[in-house]
Design a protein around this ligand. Structure first.
Ligand SMILES: Cc1cc2nc3c(=O)[nH]c(=O)nc-3n(C[C@H](O)[C@H](O)[C@H](O)COP(=O)(O)OP(=O)(O)OC[C@H]3O[C@@H](n4cnc5c(N)ncnc54)[C@H](O)[C@@H]3O)c2cc1C
Length: 431
């Protein structure tokens, strides 16, 4: 009898450097690739925000469509279903006589809880859920410490990892995918099927036309590194606010797994050999380490990153009229031009620079004294590159309840605007 392996895609929407997919093609006779549009991701959140805004929803749909095309090019296909994975996957297992299910392990609470539910349901069918680890640059098993002993201070983590660990080579791309005969393939859902009635805003001021999917992600990496040759100046430009090339803009593709961080790393190494190796090329990898770090911190500290008091035990002070202040902040109506401009950009395009994110987050928590978790939940809805660990980890950091070793770091907004937007060009575009 043919061995059928169901590959459950989540935030790993690619065929390059995808251990789970490659293993399935090696160990199974037939592979059943599946993606679930989980209605919980498109509904309200427990905060005054939606889980996913329309800009990211569109990016997800494009990414899934691109994955489907890539799988079809390998002779396979992608089965998409609208429903909870813990309900849908067991049904597919029964219908197609699946022997084993593969997926990538996630780190945040909701995602791991869903995996547990799927595992439980499969258990009743005596089918195993095999976990792969594939989201980080450094593999968990190659860290120089167990998760529970990972230093809480980034610099200590980074130095040890850089000294004592290594980045694995990328996994080969499968050359062929054999799917079960007679698959009942549904057409891809559209935004309306996910409950979006509004049109997705289109704004010509957007830093980059973000198109979802592995193909566009790889193209962006090529453009930024090789065609524009922007990587050589990354360290000097990365605090910019306007235009496509002050930073890589790879985050939306990295967040959905359309791009593997190892693929980016090895492309940096190639660039270093063929063009130049300098502080800028190092710095891009340094930033990818921040991404790893927050994921490992989530693994270590679990749910604490979603709590007001983080892992410091005490939440920041809150103003009595914080609801009203929060609405002004969200709408970019605080009266502080640099803050408002950044919020307008986020609302119109789903993107904001790292400098902008630090400032608006600090302003919300330290100046307006609003509950930082509301801000993080608002970012969760709006960001095109939302990723639980990077978002909630950075917010907790800025709020002073996370990993920042400096007590009471404060962003002087006027000074920041003067330094990073000295001629007011950014505020002119987005104010
Ligand atoms: C309050 C706040 C919330 C944030 N929320 C998110 C989020 O939901 N998703 C997200 O990907 N990033 C988040 N960031 C981190 C950072 O702002 C973005 O990764 C970055 O601006 C994306 O642009 P880029 O791809 O051009 O980055 P580049 O400067 O080109 O950096 C390359 C890559 O490194 C990673 N990276 C860079 N900085 C950080 C960082 N501080 N933390 C974690 N990873 C980093 C990203 O994957 C990024 O794509 C947040 C930062 C703050 C201060």
């Amino acid at each position: 009898m043919d061995k059928v392996i169901l590959v459950w895609f989540r935030k790993d929407l690619r065929i390059h450097d995808n251990e789970m997919l490659l293993e399935a093609t090696r160990r199974g006779d037939l592979v059943l690739p599946v993606y679930c549009f989980d209605p919980r991701h498109y509904g309200p959140s427990e905060y005054p925000a939606k889980k996913t805004g329309s800009i990211r929803a569109k990016f997800i749909l494009e990414s899934v469509a691109d994955l489907k095309k890539s799988l079809q090019n390998l002779g396979g296909d992608l089965l998409t279903v609208l429903g909870k994975p813990e309900d849908e996957i067991p049904k597919l297992v029964a219908r197609y006589g699946v022997h084993e299910v593969y997926h990538h392990r996630e780190v945040a609470f909701e995602e791991t809880q869903i995996s547990e539910r799927v595992e439980e349901a499969l258990w009743k069918q005596q089918v195993n859920l095999k976990h792969f680890i594939g989201h980080t640059l450094y593999h968990k098993e190659h860290l120089p410490f167990p998760i529970k002993d990972i230093p809480d201070v980034f610099t200590n983590f980074r130095k040890k990892v850089e000294r004592d660990s290594f980045v694995r080579p990328c996994f080969d791309q499968p050359t062929q995918i054999q799917i079960p005969a007679g698959l009942e393939i549904q057409s891809l859902p559209e935004l309306a099927d996910l409950g979006y009635t509004e049109t997705v805003p289109a704004d010509e001021r957007v830093v980059l036309e973000f198109q979802g999917g592995e193909t566009a992600g790889l193209t962006r990496m090529k453009t930024y590194f090789w065609d524009r040759d922007a990587l050589r100046n990354y360290k000097e430009t990365r605090n910019g606010l306007l235009g496509a090339d002050y930073s890589s803009k790879l985050s939306p593709w990295l967040a959905l797994g359309c791009l593997s961080p190892r693929e980016v790393y090895w492309e940096v190494k190639k660039y270093e050999q063929e063009r130049t190796a300098n502080e800028s090329t190092y710095w891009l990898v340094f930033e990818l380490l921040w991404r790893d770090y927050f994921r490992f911190m989530f693994k270590k500290h679990g749910n604490k990153f979603f709590q007001k008091s983080g892992f410091k035990g005490q939440a920041p002070a809150e103003a009595p009229n914080q609801e009203e202040l929060f609405v002004k902040w969200k709408n970019g109506e605080t009266g502080v031009p640099f803050i408002d401009a950044n919020m307008h950009e986020l609302n119109a395009t789903g993107f904001m620079s790292n400098r902008g994110r630090q400032n608006v987050a600090s302003y919300l928590v330290k100046d307006l004294k609003v509950n930082w978790t509301w801000g993080a939940a608002y970012f969760e809805e709006k960001l095109i590159d939302y990723c639980p660990a990077s978002n909630w980890g950075n917010w907790a950091y800025v709020a002073g309840v996370g990993n920042d070793p400096r007590e009471d770091r404060y962003f002087n907004i006027a000074k920041q605007a003067q330094t990073y937007d000295p001629k007011g060009e950014y505020v002119k575009v987005w104010g």
